[in-house]
Design a protein around this ligand. Structure first.
Ligand code: CP3
Length: 354
């Protein structure tokens, strides 16, 4: 494998020294970019875009042509695994993801198989291989998956939810069934992420978007336990390189020490936790990724720059910081403001790395 021209992102995740703080944005390929909307229109629906290797590669690279980002993230979705398990994923106009066959019974859960990533999900590994080739060693490629708990919420609810009543109904009235589902998902995520690494992913991130809707006890039981299983089952070194793993529980600020104890390399931190305080709590055990409120990109360029400086100062001197938004970029953000954000991270962070 060729040497990377820019390896700041990987170095920061591993706690190594960098010249400036690396930056990328969750959902950096997406609807805020007119070129994404044009490619998406060409593909038809969202899943057709994910399944089209050339177009998935194209939209992965689009934000990198505009901005000096320090990492690329595979263009795909966390819901590819449930789709491969046969639930029938579709995107209803303006309603987000939905499943034709949501899971409601113990029998449905027992009947679920573990997808073979090189068969049912070969469109993902094909995209990883093509993106690596097209990146030409400029920046590293991030592979990703959802956490078992977050995937299960969509699978049991049948789509987005505000109350989480179906998944909690399963968890609190028939815990063995939910645990069986979470365990199957953990096994599926392990083989899926390892396949992404074999195809060329240089770092892995697990999105636990909904862990924060659980009580501390249930978070441990239904979410963290299974992310722990995944961390233990992943290829952490491949082809002579370390593969850093980042765990991100949205609204998980109160559990950072517990998440760090899984043995992952980095924690995603949303904006509801101060990043300097997060650093004091986890020490140098893990790197931190975050954490500007994505809505700050609605503010003026001057305000965006001031917020970047505030977060850099809060993290302070030294290694182990990957700058990011605290969650995905909003579709109605002006791309120029995203550019201001990314440039500000590079412009103002050098002083913290001398
Ligand atoms: O970050 C990136 O640029 C890589 C691609 C990526 C997408 N989804 C593309 C996408 C990643 C990493 C995801 C993860 C994802 N998908 C998560 C976890 C991260 C998070 O945001 O909390 C979740 C919960 C999903 C499930 C999902 N897929 C949702 C809630 C939606 C949005 C629905 C909507 O209409 O806003 C999707 C669709 C989706 N995934 C889009 C993109 C670019 C928008 C699809 C479109 O073009 O209409």
């Amino acid at each position: 494998m060729s040497e990377l021209k820019n390896d700041r992102y990987l170095r920061a995740l591993l706690g190594e020294s960098v010249d400036v703080t690396p930056v990328w944005m969750m959902r950096q390929a997406g609807r805020y970019l007119p070129e994404y909307k044009a490619t998406r229109a060409q593909a038809g629906d969202f899943m057709s875009l994910c399944r089209n290797t050339e177009l998935a590669c194209e939209v992965t690279l689009q934000p990198l042509r505009r901005f000096p980002l320090d990492a690329a993230i595979l263009f795909s979705d966390i819901l590819t695994i449930p789709d491969a398990m046969g639930l029938g994923l579709y995107f209803a106009q303006g309603e987000g993801p939905k499943f034709e066959r949501p899971l409601r019974s113990a029998k449905q859960v027992r009947d679920l198989g573990i997808p073979d990533p090189e068969l049912e999900l070969s469109y993902v590994t094909d995209a990883v291989r093509m993106i690596r080739r097209e990146l030409k060693g400029e920046v590293p490629l991030i592979g990703f998956s959802g956490s078992p708990w977050t995937l299960a919420t969509y699978m049991v609810e049948g789509g987005a939810t505000k109350s989480f009543s179906e998944i909690k109904k399963m968890g609190f009235s028939d815990a063995p069934t939910l645990h069986l589902l979470l365990d199957k998902l953990a096994d599926s995520v392990i083989s899926y992420l390892n396949a992404q690494v074999e195809a060329g992913a240089q770092s892995l991130m697990i999105f636990d978007t909904w862990g924060g809707v659980l009580s501390p006890h249930d978070y441990q039981d239904f979410s963290l336990q299974y992310m722990q299983k995944i961390v233990s089952g992943l290829k952490r070194e491949y082809d002579g390189r370390k593969i850093p793993v980042t765990l991100f529980t949205k609204n998980g600020g109160q559990w950072l020490e517990k998440i760090a104890a899984t043995g992952c390399d980095a924690l995603g931190v949303d904006w509801t936790t101060d990043i300097g305080e997060a650093r004091r709590r986890v020490g140098d055990k893990v790197a931190l990724q975050g954490n500007m409120d994505p809505s700050m990109l609605y503010a003026s360029p001057a305000a965006i720059k001031a917020e970047v400086q505030r977060i850099l100062a809060s993290y302070g001197h030294g290694n182990g910081h990957v700058f990011n938004l605290g969650h995905g970029i909003h579709p109605d953000v002006d791309p120029e403001h995203a550019g201001v954000f990314i440039n500000a991270v590079h412009e103002f962070s050098g002083q913290y790395h001398v």
